[in-house]
Ligand binder design. Structure first.
Ligand code: CTP
Length: 215
């Protein structure tokens, strides 16, 4: 099977020496890539900047910004059976990237930000993807309800949700504990190392794809 995964943060430049980013380490997406490779599938990993080693046997596309990630996904999605959007994509990017380093002048500085493309949100509609679509939701409140809203709005088959208000799981941690939000029910998985969870999620997504394609 051909499987696309987005992972890691994006980095949105402000000027030649500064950027906006977030605390995503990329570990969850890379762990799922390992699990799918281990199960014998072709994995295309489209990743923002991380400190992780590129897993053996994956096809790897390195990107920096949300716009670059969107372009890479748009280019490859048509050939995919399954797409898993784990990346913590910046929702906003500076309206203007200064060509010279911004100098300090007044006591305040206002940055104007504009929306980035919603990559997962464009998969079904603009990109016409009909395969199995999996999204992630990082929430600090109303975990299940917010994840279910994303599932419906973005046309996903599954949204994997985690509560990022706990510092011992999720963003920047080696462990994660997730809710599995499907169109007709919700399951949960107990806290586990991301490496182990990656293998569990890989198997679960493959099962979901088999169930969807056998209908
Ligand atoms: N995502 C994406 N492109 C974006 C933003 C998010 O592909 N520009 C994907 C993420 O990879 C993840 C899911 O969408 O799978 C997260 O959904 P989103 O609604 O963007 O979550 P938040 O960024 O947490 O948004 P909000 O602040 O509205 O809750």
């Amino acid at each position: 099977m051909n499987i696309l995964i987005t992972a890691g943060p994006t980095r949105e430049p402000i000027d030649p020496v500064r950027f906006l980013t977030n605390r995503s380490s990329g570990k969850m997406g890379y762990a799922i890539a390992h699990g799918l490779i281990h199960a014998g599938h072709n994995v295309l990993l489209i990743s923002g900047p991380t400190e992780l080693d590129v897993p053996d046997y994956v096809d790897f596309v390195q990107v920096e910004t949300a716009a670059e990630m969107h372009a890479a996904v748009s280019h490859h999605l048509g050939k995919m059976d399954i797409a898993i959007f784990v990346a913590a994509v910046a929702d906003y990017t500076p309206a203007v990237v200064e060509t010279h380093k911004i100098k300090k002048t007044g006591d305040r500085l206002t940055l104007e930000l504009v929306r980035t493309p919603d990559i997962l949100g464009s998969a079904r509609s603009a990109l016409g993807f009909q395969g199995t679509l999996v999204g992630f939701a990082a929430e600090t409140e109303n975990l299940e309800a917010n994840a279910r809203e994303k599932l419906t709005k973005k046309g996903c088959d599954l949204v994997i949700a985690n509560d990022v208000s706990h510092t011992d799981i999720g963003f920047d941690s080696d462990h994660n504990e997730v809710l599995l939000v499907y169109p007709d029910h919700t399951d949960s998985l107990p806290s586990a190392p991301k490496t182990e969870l990656g293998a569990t999620l890989a198997d679960l997504i493959l099962d979901l794809h088999r169930a969807k394609t056998s209908d």
